[in-house]
Design a binder for this molecule. Structure first.
Ligand code: UT7
Length: 306
């Protein structure tokens, strides 16, 4: 759905959306397509790419704020769609930081030896929770899914080794009112619509994601010069550029898909990652910084040697 198409039904313009956000278009799931459908397709692609069969997966983690149903977890639907009959599957709710949270959980499960192969999926159908009459929010989001397979391996713990080097996740529940959905099973008994104070979120996003990036660098005794790629949460081009400057990275080292996908919440980081890995930009051995921020507020970073 292009900005021009949106401007047919809400009081907005291609120019406003482009200038304020960098978004040109977004993907909307088909009428009968659910979060589990999108997530399944992303998971199948990730398994294929990794050369891993679904039967060897010990854990399926789905980061989503738009599950198919209140319960059971969308992860269990995807587990069944993949033909898996063993392992565990659950959803993680950290909105736009969900994928980073999912990576953190998967990494820790692997490190303590409770899982060896973990599928981490970010999948969303935000189009279903948007108020299509609120121009302040409906122009910003889209639908999508992305996934990765994490596999445990023996490590000496050095930064030259491949895999997740660190994850840092945070939340501060005092900021509920800046970004939330005005419905839910235990409050209104309805699904509700997304509500956001854009400026407030913007301000916090820049500060919090910068902190998370610094934390990852410090933890790994690295400097911005050691980072090859930034794969940020895709909410707004202006925020993405600010994060790139923080790492002293030229624009071509910052992976950006917000122009075509808009904000796909938990799906945005794995979607961007897949683009840059799929087209050969991110290569084995590259140091990749992932960061995100979302409702809660939640925020965090993951540093990965690809
Ligand atoms: O993934 C979770 C994280 N989410 C984010 O990171 C979102 C962060 N926030 C943002 O990206 C930006 O704050 C927005 C893109 C949401 C808004 O940009 P802004 O520069 O902060 O604009 P604003 O909300 O202050 O609105 C400026 C003006 C207002 O008009 P007045 O009051 O100045 O006359 C709005 O009514 O723009 C108006 N406006 C629009 N005009 C045309 C708001 N939405 C639209 C629209 N089309 N879609």
């Amino acid at each position: 759905m292009t900005n021009a198409e949106l401007a047919l039904s809400v009081d907005t313009s291609d120019e406003w959306i482009r200038q304020r956000t960098g978004i040109l278009e977004r993907r909307i799931a088909g009428e009968n397509e659910t979060t589990a459908d999108l997530g399944t397709r992303a998971a199948e692609a990730a398994l294929r790419h990794a050369g891993v069969s679904a039967g060897t997966i010990d854990l399926v983690i789905v980061a989503t704020a738009t599950p198919n149903e209140t319960f059971p977890a969308t992860a269990t639907r995807i587990q069944a769609s993949l033909g898996m009959t063993r392992g565990a599957a659950f959803d993680v709710q950290a909105v736009c930081t969900g994928f980073v949270y999912g990576l953190a959980i998967a990494d820790n499960f692997i490190k303590v030896g409770q899982a060896e192969n973990v599928l981490v999926i970010g999948a969303e159908t935000f189009s279903r929770i948007l108020d299509w009459e609120d121009r302040g929010t409906c122009v910003l989001f889209g639908d999508g899914a992305g996934a990765v397979v994490l596999q445990g391996s023996e490590s000496r713990g050095g930064p030259e080794e491949r895999g997740i080097l660190s994850t840092h996740i945070h939340s501060d529940g005092r900021h509920h009112d800046a970004l939330y959905v005005d419905g839910g099973p235990s409050s209104t008994g309805t699904v509700g619509h997304l509500r956001m104070e854009g400026r407030e979120v913007f301000r916090h996003a820049v500060v919090r994601m910068s902190e998370a990036i610094d934390q990852a660098l410090e933890h790994n005794h690295l400097t911005p010069g050691d980072i090859d790629w930034l794969v940020p949460h895709q909410a707004n081009m202006r925020i993405i550029e600010a994060m790139g400057r923080r790492l002293h990275l030229p624009a071509e080292r910052v992976v950006c898909t917000v122009d075509r996908h808009a904000n796909t919440s938990a799906a945005s980081i794995p979607l961007a990652l897949w683009e840059a890995v799929g087209d050969g930009r991110i290569k084995e051995g590259d140091m990749v910084m992932l960061e995100g921020m979302g409702g809660g507020f939640t925020w965090g970073s993951a540093l990965v040697r690809w």
